[in-house]
Design a protein around this ligand. Structure first.
Ligand code: NAP
Length: 260
C-alpha cells in the first residue's frame, strides 16, 4: 500500500526516542520527511545521521517544548527549511506521577504545562501551514485518560484533554479539510516506560503481572505497532477518518473486563 507520504514534511514532537522515534523512522521509511523535536541533542543527532546515511531526508530540532516560545520557533525553523508542513504528531510527554495526595497545585499546573500546553501551541502555530497543505494532526494520548491509573492527576488530566481537543479541533478544522485523530497506547516498552517500571520494588514481577492482563497475545504493544497506526491516520488511506480515538493496546483497555 502506498501511503502517499513521499516528501511530506511531518513534525513529530519527542520524535527521537520511544514511540516518537518509531514514528519518525516509519515516516522516513515511507520517503516522507520527519522533523523530530527533542531535548537531548545526542539522540536527535544520532537518529538524524543514521537516517541521512541511509539516504532519507529528515531534520532534528533541539528544544524543550515546555519553554515559552519554543513551539513557534520549531514551526518557523521547519518552514524556513522546507517551506511546508503536511503533518503534526503531538507525542512528547511524560507520566510524572503528580497525584492528588502526593502532589501540589503548583506541581499539577507544571504537569499540565509539560504534557498538554505544547499540544495546543504546536497545533496553533502549524495551522496556517496545514491549511495550505491540506494536512493532518495526530495526537498521542494514553489509556490513563480512559481508565485512570492512580497517583498521576496531571498526566491523566492532560491525556484526557488531548482526547477532547482531538474532537474539538476535528470540528473546528472541518472547513479546511484538516483531519485530527488520536492514538491511545497503553503498555509500550520505551525509555519512559522503562523508567516508570524500574520504580517498582520488583519490576520484573510487575511487568509480568501487566502483560498477563493484556488480552491479545499477553504481550506489550511495540512502538512500531503504534507508529503503523499513526502512519495510517496521517495518510490519505484514512481520508474520511477524523475526530477518532484509536486505542492500540491488544484489547487491554476494553476487553479485559469480559475475560476471566
Ligand atoms: P519516551 O520514551 O520518554 O520518549 C519521549 C520523547 O519525548 C523523548 O524523545 C523526549 O525527549 C521527548 N520529550 C518529552 N518531553 C519533551 C519536551 N518538553 N520537549 C521536547 N521533547 C520532549 O516516551 P514514550 O513512552 O515514547 O511516550 C511517548 C508518548 O506516548 C507520550 O505522550 C506518552 O504519554 C504516550 N504513552 C506512552 C505509553 C507507553 O507505554 N510508553 C503509554 C501511553 C501513552 P528527551 O528524552 O530528549 O527529553
Amino acid at each position: 500500500m502506498d501511503l502517499q507520504l513521499r516528501d511530506k514534511v511531518i513534525i513529530v514532537t519527542g520524535g527521537t526516542k520511544g514511540i516518537g522515534e518509531a514514528i519518525s523512522r516509519k515516516i522516513a521509511g515511507e520517503q516522507g520527511i520527519p522533523v523530530f523535536i527533542g531535548r537531548t541533542p545526542e539522540s536527535g543527532k544520532k537518529l538524524e545521521k543514521e537516517l541521512r546515511d541511509a539516504g532519507k531526508k529528515c531534520y532534528f530540532i533541539e528544544g524543550d517544548l515546555n519553554v515559552p516560545g519554543i513551539c513557534e520557533q520549531v514551526v518557523r525553523k521547519t518552514l524556513d527549511k522546507f517551506g511546508t508542513i503536511y503533518g503534526l504528531v503531538n507525542n512528547a510527554g511524560r507520566n510524572d506521577s503528580i497525584g492528588l495526595e502526593n502532589g501540589s497545585p503548583d506541581a499539577f499546573k507544571e504537569s499540565l504545562n509539560s504534557n498538554l500546553n505544547h499540544y495546543y501551541d504546536m497545533a496553533h502555530f502549524c495551522l496556517n501551514a496545514l491549511k495550505h497543505s491540506g494536512g493532518t494532526i495526530v495526537n498521542i494520548s494514553s489509556k490513563t485518560a480512559l481508565t485512570g491509573q492512580g497517583g498521576t492527576s496531571g498526566y491523566a488530566a492532560a491525556k484526557g484533554a488531548q482526547l477532547a481537543l482531538t474532537r474539538e479541533w476535528a470540528v473546528e478544522l472541518l472547513p479546511f479539510g484538516i483531519r485530527v485523530n488520536a492514538v491511545i497506547p497503553a503498555e509500550v516498552m520505551t525509555p519512559l516506560y522503562q523508567n516508570w517500571i524500574s520504580g517498582f520494588d520488583n519490576p520484573g514481577q510487575k511487568l509480568k503481572a501487566i502483560t498477563n492482563k493484556i488480552p491479545l497475545e499477553k504481550r506489550m504493544t511495540s512502538s512500531t505497532e503504534i507508529a503503523s497506526s499513526v502512519l495510517f491516520l496521517l495518510s490519505k488511506e484514512a481520508s474520511h477518518i477524523t475526530g477518532q480515538h484509536l486505542v492500540v493496546d491488544g484489547g487491554y483497555t476494553h476487553l479485559d473486563r469480559s475475560i476471566t
